[in-house]
Each structure stands twice: as structure tokens, then as C-alpha cells.
Design a protein around this ligand. Structure first.
Ligand SMILES: Nc1nc2c(ncn2[C@@H]2O[C@H](COP(=O)(O)OP(=O)(O)OP(=O)(O)O)[C@@H](O)[C@H]2O)c(=O)[nH]1
Ligand SMILES: [Mg+2]
Length: 459
């Protein structure tokens, strides 16, 4: 006996709209053939792609809700299968009842991202496009949303395909010459293999650069405010956030727990983390807070090290201050923010100290008065490496960056192998394979599982 479920994918259903109350709520269903399913739910088979007003009925024929039914027969649907959309009233109870009715009719609850996964498996979207569906839903800034929608429309994938095509052309040329070793070098010259490889490398570098910017747009930077008690960390957080988020008092040790506030500078999300001031203390709660400060420091992309310009106001010693500096991680960008310049009679400004390794930056500000805060913003943007790419930013994921870097490394090894044609060809093949991971041509099943499990249910 043949099991029909082995051939035809099962029917999946989920509430596609956000939980809670809303004017409209949508239950989405996808499966091999849904005409009968629709008829059982509405009493008649809906016309394809026509909005049909109908009651949605239970097994006894009683109305659960009424609304619009849409039927998208395969293959012209989001998933490439038959899709039904039930647009009912957006109350949590009525949506659950509608969903329960769909399950009763033989559907099972969709897993997170399963609709999009089916769209990918049915060739409706490639992997980069499928990921951009989730990125669009999760976009935290308008710039990120615009970038996600560009990827969804396939622009990122097209760029990757163009580079892959160029690689394939070059591979065909090279592999054709492999059989005639004596002509190798001359052939490569005639075919302009090296200039073509250069072009491929330039394109890859450009995509990687824009993808790096996009990764930043997607996840932002962790900026941790660090310093002794009372230097003005919470005051600076409030200035950057533009509102009173953290408690500010003149009592040293006011902030106990790390406080995280996401702000935007030119559309880039920056997670500003205010922490407990660092000092020796016998207070148990404060000590736990200080341990948390060090944990935040470990995860920092940027450290803003605050010091008090007036010094007199803090009860710290130069030795204590040095021991904090010595414990800050080396590889992380660090800016010294000299605060309370109003008390010290200093002007706002940016001072570069070329003597120290890497050239330390000092910014002179007054967090209380709001002087010099623009300098802090500009410095954070500089560290983020943000340069205006306008509309060309690619909302990349770490996975994409990894694949692009691998492809670039193979193209560069190919350039170094021009005398050994077989190795040259092999590096080109590996570069192509790395790029294929982005669009999903070479992707392991378990990776697909990881990618789609991070989607919300109903997408
Ligand atoms: N005059 C002056 N006072 C400031 C400035 N910035 C902060 N202060 C004052 O310094 C005191 C401590 O400020 P906070 O922002 O609470 O300092 P903190 O670093 O968060 O302190 P803890 O949470 O205890 O670690 C408050 O009385 C602030 O009003 C400044 O630029 N000028
Ligand atoms: Mg504080």
C-alpha cells in the first residue's frame, strides 16, 4: 500500500496575524489540494483568487465567524501549494476557534517559518529571499526594512548570481584548457583570465562591504558605558536616549543593574548599556551589579570609558582608575569621555592622543548640560564604520558574511595559483560553492532547520 502522505505534503495551518485583538485576524492554510477543505469550511468551493464573503462553519454547520476567504490554487501562491486565507475578526478566542476547526479538518499546526520553508523548497524564493522575509518582519529601523524588502525582491540574490555566472564562465575556460597542459599559460593570457578574476574579486569586495554595513543595520552595536560611580554614566545614557531612562542622583552607586536602551543614529541601532559604577564595595547588591558590569564589558563592541573632569567630585584614586583601565579588554574599541567639563571650565571637543597605541580618542562633554553629545554620536558612527551607501546596503546575516568572506578567500587563492591550472580551477569551484550557500543551492538540511526555526509561526 502506498502512503499518500509520503508523496503529498501534509496540510499546515496557523494564525498569521499577531496575537491579541485586532480588526482583522488571518488564519493561513497550505497543502496539496484544498478545494474540499474550503468547501467543508464555507459550504462551497471558492473561485481562485477571488475575495469571497462567507461564514466559516464548524462540523455541525454552526458559524464560528464570518469573513473573507481567499483561495490561491497551486502553483501560483506564496508556498507554491494550494493556499487558503481566512480573514476573520481578530479576537484571540475566535482566531483559536477558527484554527481548531482547520485542525479538525485534517490540518496540523505549522512550525515556525514552515510556510516560507515550503516556498523555498518549491522554488518560489531562494534562501536569501526567504531570510529577508523574517528580516523584514523583524526590522527595527526604516532603513533596515527598506533593505530587507530589496533583498526580498531578489536584488541581493541577483548580485550573487551575476558573480556566480562570471565564476562559471571562467571555470569553463580553465577546465577546457586542463587537457592541453602545454598551452596553459598562453591560453590564460589570451582568455584574459587574470583580469577577469580581478573583476570578480572587485565585485565580491563591493558586495561584502555593503553586506557588512547591512549586518550592522540588522543587529547594531553594543555600546557599554563604563566608569567609577558618579562620573555621569546614567546622565550620558539619558542624553543619548533623549529621555530620562536611568535614575541620576549625586549618590555614588546609584545604578545597580545594567540598563539597556536602544537608540538610532542615522538609522543604525545602537544598544547603549548603562552599568553600575566600578569600585571596591562591601555592599552585596552593588557587588553583584559590578559583576554584571564586567559581563557587559565582555560583550561590548565599543566601550565608552567615562572619567570626571572635575575629579574632586569622585572619591576614586588614580590607582583604582588605572586598575579599571588595565582590566578592559584590548581588542575592543574604546573612547575616553571626559565628563563634567562645566565644572572644570573646559570646552567641548575631540582630542586625539597619537602617542598611545592606536591613538586614543578623548571627547570632552557635559552629560548634564548636553554639551558635546553630538561628538559622542559622531564618534559612534565613525566606529560603526558607517559610510553612506544609500540604497545599496545589503541586509546581510552573519551566515552571508561568512560565505562572502570564504568566496573572497578562494578567489584570492586562485589568483595566487595562476601557474597551477588545476588548483586555480579548484579554487574557483570552491568560491562558487561558497556563494551557492547564500542562495541555498548548496545548503545542508540541518542549516535549513536552524534558519526557519527562527521565524515566527504563521510565516
Ligand atoms: N555639573 C555636572 N554634573 C554632572 C554632569 N554629569 C552628571 N552630573 C552629576 O553627577 C551626578 C552623578 O551622575 P550619574 O549620571 O548618576 O552618574 P553615574 O556614573 O551613573 O553614577 P552611578 O550610577 O552611581 O555609577 C549627578 O548628580 C549628576 O547630576 C555634568 O556634565 N556636569
Ligand atoms: Mg548610574
Amino acid at each position: 500500500m502506498q502512503n499518500p502522505a509520503a508523496r503529498t505534503p501534509d496540510v499546515i495551518a496557523a494564525i498569521a496575524t499577531a496575537p491579541g485583538r485586532g480588526g482583522i485576524g488571518v488564519v493561513r492554510v497550505s497543502g496539496a489540494s484544498l478545494s474540499e477543505f474550503a468547501a467543508a469550511l464555507c459550504g462551497r468551493v471558492p473561485q481562485p483568487r477571488r475575495a469571497m464573503f462567507s461564514a466559516f462553519v464548524d462540523a455541525a454547520g454552526e458559524a464560528i465567524d464570518e469573513g473573507i476567504l481567499l483561495h490561491f490554487p497551486a502553483p501560483a501562491s506564496f508556498t507554491g501549494e494550494d493556499v487558503l486565507e481566512l480573514q476573520g475578526h481578530g479576537g484571540p478566542v475566535v482566531m483559536q476557534m477558527l484554527l481548531a476547526r482547520c485542525l479538525e479538518l485534517g490540518a496540523r499546526l505549522a512550525e515556525p517559518g514552515e510556510f516560507t520553508r515550503r516556498a523555498f523548497l518549491n522554488g518560489k524564493l531562494d534562501l536569501a529571499q526567504a531570510e529577508s522575509v523574517a528580516d523584514l518582519i523583524e526590522a527595527s529601523t526604516a532603513a533596515a526594512a527598506r533593505s530587507a524588502v530589496r533583498s526580498l525582491s531578489g536584488r541581493f540574490s541577483e548580485e550573487i548570481h551575476r558573480i556566480v555566472d562570471a565564476l562559471i564562465d571562467l571555470r569553463m575556460l580553465v577546465e577546457a584548457t586542463l587537457d592541453f597542459p602545454e598551452e596553459e599559460i598562453e591560453f590564460l593570457e589570451r582568455a584574459r583570465a587574470m583580469p577577469r578574476l580581478e573583476e570578480i574579486r572587485d565585485k565580491l569586495e563591493s558586495v561584502l562591504d555593503r553586506a557588512r554595513q547591512g549586518a550592522l543595520l540588522r543587529s547594531g552595536l553594543n555600546v557599554v558605558l563604563v566608569g567609577e560611580p558618579n562620573v555621569g554614566k546614567s546622565s550620558l545614557l539619558n542624553q543619548l536616549a533623549g529621555e530620562d531612562r536611568a535614575i541620576v542622583t549625586d549618590i555614588a552607586g546609584t545604578t545597580r543593574d545594567a540598563l539597556r536602551e536602544t537608540i538610532q543614529i542615522e538609522g543604525i541601532p545602537l544598544h547603549i548599556i548603562d552599568t553600575a559604577g566600578l569600585r571596591e564595595t562591601a555592599d552585596t547588591v552593588e557587588r553583584i551589579g559590578i559583576e554584571r558590569t564586567w559581563r557587559e564589558i565582555e560583550r561590548a563592541d565599543v566601550i565608552l570609558r567615562l572619567v570626571d573632569a572635575s575629579a574632586a567630585a569622585t572619591d576614586t584614586t588614580p590607582e583604582a582608575s588605572e586598575s579599571i583601565d588595565a582590566r578592559l579588554p584590548r581588542g575592543v574599541e574604546r573612547i575616553t569621555v571626559v565628563n563634567k567639563i562645566d565644572l572644570a571650565g573646559l570646552a567641548a571637543g575631540r582630542i586625539e592622543e597619537p602617542g598611545e597605541p592606536g591613538g586614543r580618542i578623548r571627547l570632552q562633554v557635559s552629560a548634564k548640560r548636553g554639551t558635546g553629545i553630538d561628538l559622542v554620536r559622531a564618534e559612534l558612527l565613525r566606529i560603526a564604520g558607517w559610510h553612506a551607501h544609500g540604497e545599496d546596503v545589503i541586509l546581510a546575516r552573519e551566515r552571508h558574511l561568512h560565505a562572502l568572506r570564504a568566496a573572497l578567500a578562494h578567489v584570492e587563492s586562485a589568483a595566487a595559483q595562476s601557474a597551477a591550472l588545476e588548483l586555480f580551477a579548484e579554487e574557483l569551484r570552491l568560491a562558487q560553492e561558497s556563494l551557492g550557500e547564500i542562495t541555498g543551492e548548496f545548503t545542508a538540511d540541518d542549516l535549513l532547520g536552524v534558519i526557519f526555526s527562527r521565524f515566527c509561526i504563521g510565516k
